[in-house]
Design a binder for this molecule. Structure first.
Ligand SMILES: [Fe+2]
Ligand SMILES: [Fe+2]
Length: 478
């Protein structure tokens, strides 16, 4: 698999090369020849519109499994581009309308398709804490209905009364305003998707960043080129490429994860991460848990229970308050890295293949990476990374042993193991608590720190939690 850094370089190259090409065409006389091919224009535009529609439909289909406003906005953005751009293709002079007749509405449709698309794509990334952020999330149905109505009205007017659009000023200043706004909107969306990519480092998400960059360059070549010139053809090619890149990114994700990548998940996680102010503030960690819950509800509840066990055990061991806090907070998000584990692996009912297990093991490294991206969570990174190390060595990812493993990680590991034993999973039923305790004692010294195991059982007994389990109180599972 290619390294994330290389993917990033590839992505930057894909955007910068056409940008340089456009600059060269404008600067070097003779590098921008005129090429008049109306039929080809129609086909290129239609292909781009079709691909954009495919991207929109693909996103809309993924909404069913993960209900999220963000994905709906993103889908509508691509659908808007597809629909308005298709009318631009149909309006090619010499195709359906006479060569001499060139309704102004056809000309503005190209720019407008991107402008409308950019508005919806930008809506898909609005963080909750921004002014209007919650409004955008809460009133999504109204906003989407209004958007679709405006889109339909525009398309109808294009077909029936194109002259209505003659009022739009035909000036450089107007063009620049529209192009500038579109580029800014695409830039904001691109930046947010880039931040989300830094969390997961999944190629599918970088593909979205690349596509938005290509759409941005397309704006320049759309407004600052002359009709039928090579620089004008460039924008058609760039649009085509942008949609192909998104679809290509999905193909990579589909091969890897066997499911369509959902962009919203990483955005949510990024949002939650940005809201974290202190690990002592319980509310902020909650939003991180919620982001995980959207991926896998079991993991969220599991982490909540592990946090409780870890905190209790840390106190039982008499660790200093600061470490108790780290144990509790790390417990709450120790499996946050699972957000990047493909669904097909994370939710698989049967036994994992060796390759699938490798992907699963990666959640420790990825979780630490996510924690490191936030100054307030940095202290948790080492604990998250080490929560699957074994006391006698041979664990992952670093194969540490004994005291090399941070005490907080040894504490979390005990809670993690106990909860795994006493929860029902798709691949096995939960075990009676007496068996779970037996198992903890059996692995003390090999998998788990024996002092921690002893203190944990003492804590369970002392706080009456054992009775709770023995009586078989119902508890959330799966
Ligand atoms: Fe884990
Ligand atoms: Fe866990």
């Amino acid at each position: 698999m290619m390294r994330p850094r290389n993917w990033l370089l590839l992505s930057m190259g894909a955007v910068l090369v056409p940008l340089g090409a456009f600059a060269a065409m404008k600067l070097v006389p003779g590098w921008d020849p005129m090429l008049v091919y109306p039929t080809e224009h129609f086909w290129v535009v239609s292909a781009a519109a079709l691909l954009s529609a495919l991207v929109g439909a693909g996103l809309a289909m993924s909404v069913e499994s993960v209900r999220t406003t963000r994905t709906v906005y993103l889908a509508l953005g691509f659908v808007a581009i597809a629909m308005v751009f298709a009318t631009h293709g149909l309006g090619t002079p010499g195709l359906l309308i006479p060569e001499t007749d060139y309704p102004y509405a056809v000309i503005i449709s190209a720019g407008l398709s991107q402008f409308l698309g950019a508005i919806f794509i930008a809506l898909s990334v609005v963080p909750r804490r921004w002014p209007g952020g919650t409004f955008v999330q809460r009133h999504s149905t109204d906003i989407l209905a209004a958007g679709l109505a405006a889109l339909a009205a525009y398309l109808a007017s294009m077909v029936l009364r194109p002259e209505l659009w003659d009022f739009v000023p035909r000036s450089r200043a107007w063009d620049s305003m529209l192009a500038g706004t579109t580029i800014v909107l695409l830039g904001i969306a691109g930046w947010r998707y880039f931040q989300a990519w830094r969390l997961t480092e999944l190629p599918g998400q970088l593909a979205m960043v690349t596509a938005l960059g290509l759409l941005g360059v397309a704006q320049l070549s759309m407004y600052y080129s002359d009709l039928w010139h090579l620089s004008w053809w460039l924008y058609h090619g760039l649009l085509l490429m942008a949609f192909l890149v998104v679809i290509g990114g999905w193909a990579i994700e589909a091969a890897r994860a066997k499911s369509l990548i959902v962009f919203a998940r990483a955005l949510e996680l990024r949002d939650s991460l940005d809201e974290v102010r202190s690990i002592a503030d319980v509310r902020v960690l909650e939003s991180l848990e919620e982001a995980v819950e959207r991926k896998d509800a079991y993991t969220r509840h599991h982490m909540g229970r592990v946090a409780e066990f870890a905190e209790g055990l840390a106190r039982e061991l008499g660790l200093p308050e600061r470490k108790v806090l780290v144990c509790a907070a790390a417990g709450r998000i120790h499996d946050v890295g699972k957000i990047t584990v493909p669904d097909a692996v994370l939710l698989k009912p049967g036994k994992l293949t060796p390759e699938e297990f490798e992907l699963m093991k990666h959640h420790t490294v990825r979780g630490a990476h996510i924690a490191k991206l936030h100054p307030e969570l940095e202290s948790l990174a080492a604990v998250i990374r080490a929560h699957h190390e074994r006391f006698a060595g041979g664990g992952y990812p670093d194969g540490l042993k004994g005291e090399q493993i941070p005490i907080e990680a040894r504490v979390v590991a005990v809670g993690d193991t106990f909860d795994a034993l006493t929860s029902t999973r798709v691949y096995r039923p939960k075990r009676p608590v007496s068996e779970a305790l037996e198992e903890l004692r059996r692995v003390a010294g090999t998998q788990l720190d024996p002092d921690c195991v002893e203190a944990f059982i003492r804590w369970l007994e002392r706080t009456g939690r054992l009775d709770h389990y023995t009586l078989g109180a119902s508890r959330p599972a799966a």
